[in-house]
Design a protein around this ligand. Structure first.
Ligand SMILES: *Cc1c(COP(=O)(O)O)cnc(C)c1O
Ligand code: SF4
Length: 382
């Protein structure tokens, strides 16, 4: 058994563990365990510094999970955009491909609590249907492997899926949506990296929420992925008590950049049954964004988005930088709240397709002084 599998096996994963190790009341522990799975492996558990800290809140169940009567289980209407059980097809050119119900940790704030951990709802037996669906829809050029966490699958399964997708000519990029670099970095092995490398372009979008998660182990995992040519992005969720503070976010995003992980999205928390106690007002998110832009590297600044309830997709929200218009001028404010005027121009469309062939373009020579092959020229000018 590999180290990561051994760590998973040693996870806190039952109501009984909550009672024995964290002093939970037995009845509450059983209810919580029944409502949503518990799984915290010894590595992630070791990051906890004190009860109720930002790490604890993300992984140890809370009685408040049981209080959200009347909130939706599927706030993003994923199930109604699901043509086959393993696919969520909401946008024209890309899909979520749910490959496993398993995660290396069950996050208390998970938006897919209704499905995650339940192998009757997300199952490997639906994988071939997913690949077939993608193959039959040439508009899909971007496939996001999700779940559950696709990297909880064995190397053999990961390779099988990547290989299956790479045999589809219209699939341009593959993304792995995985929390593994954050919660079980030991899973990123040389063998896994070697597999991923064969199926490029493969992107990883991972999920760090707090600077304490940026450990030497996590850095090593991200280094291995980055050294294998994988661009890594991060999707964080804004959560009360975890990271609803501009300085915490700033530190998180700087640490991620130093691990070659580019902050990609900051999510406003979804309205999911069993997670409402994590929600913060949108004004908090806007305040954080305002304290990032200009104050630190632009590379450290993700897009702050609300995933629209009902399935409208991700909608970016920004602090107000455009104050108004005065005639042709746009009035703006910068990160220090100083006012600037930008003189705008009228729209004057250009035609990007030259109407007639321009033979002089063909005379261009390549570096050897020879005529470049025609095919190459066509590509260059296209
Ligand atoms: C988030 C998401 C995507 C990917 O969106 P990007 O903005 O391209 O990262 C695709 N499909 C679904 C259903 C999603 O929720
Ligand atoms: S790893 Fe992702 S899918 Fe799994 S429980 Fe956490 S948030 Fe949900």
């Amino acid at each position: 058994m590999e180290l990561w599998q051994e760590l998973l096996r040693q996870s806190v994963d039952s109501g009984k563990d909550l009672v024995d190790r964290f002093g939970f009341d037995k009845e509450l522990a059983d209810k919580l365990n029944k409502f949503f799975h518990i799984r915290v492996n010894p590595y992630y558990l070791s990051l906890i510094r004190y009860p109720g800290d930002p790490i604890w809140l993300q992984c140890i169940p809370d009685a408040k999970e049981l209080q959200d009567d009347g909130l939706p289980e599927d706030p993003l209407a994923e199930d109604s955009h699901s043509p086959v059980p393993s696919i969520v097809h909401r946008y024209p050119d890309r899909v979520l491909f749910l490959t496993t119900s398993q995660c290396s940790m069950y996050c208390r704030f998970c938006t897919r609590k209704r499905k995650v951990g339940d192998s009757t709802k997300i199952n490997m037996k639906f994988i071939q249907d997913g690949i077939d669906y993608i193959a039959q829809h040439p508009q899909i050029r971007d496939v996001i492997l999700s779940g559950g966490d696709p990297l909880t699958l064995t190397d053999v399964m990961v390779e099988k899926i990547l290989k299956g997708l790479r045999q589809i000519p219209h699939v341009e990029i593959i993304r792995l949506g995985t929390k593994i670099p954050c919660v079980l970095p030991q899973r990123i092995t040389p063998k896994l990296c070697k597999i991923i490398k064969k199926y490029h372009p493969v992107y990883v979008n991972t999920h760090f929420n707090h600077p304490w998660e940026c450990t030497p182990e996590a850095k090593k995992a991200c280094d291995m992925l980055a050294d294998s040519g994988v661009p890594i992005g991060n999707q964080a969720v804004l959560m009360k008590g975890v990271n609803d503070d501009a300085n915490v976010m700033l530190e998180l995003f700087r640490k991620l950049l130093a691990m070659r992980v580019r902050p990609y999205y900051l999510y406003q928390a979804d309205i999911t049954k069993g997670t409402d106690y994590f929600r913060t007002p949108v004004s908090k998110g806007l305040e954080i964004m305002d304290k990032l832009r200009g104050h630190t590297s632009g590379l450290a600044i993700p897009a702050y988005v609300i995933d629209a309830p009902g399935g409208g997709g991700k909608i970016p929200i920004l602090p107000q930088y455009v104050i108004g218009r005065a005639g042709k001028n746009i009035i703006l404010r910068n990160y220090k709240y100083e006012i600037f005027t930008y003189p705008d121009v009228e729209e004057n469309p250009v035609n990007h397709n030259p109407p007639v062939e321009q033979p002089f373009l063909r005379k261009r020579r390549n570096g050897n002084g020879k005529h470049a092959p025609e095919r190459e020229l066509v590509e260059v000018e296209a």
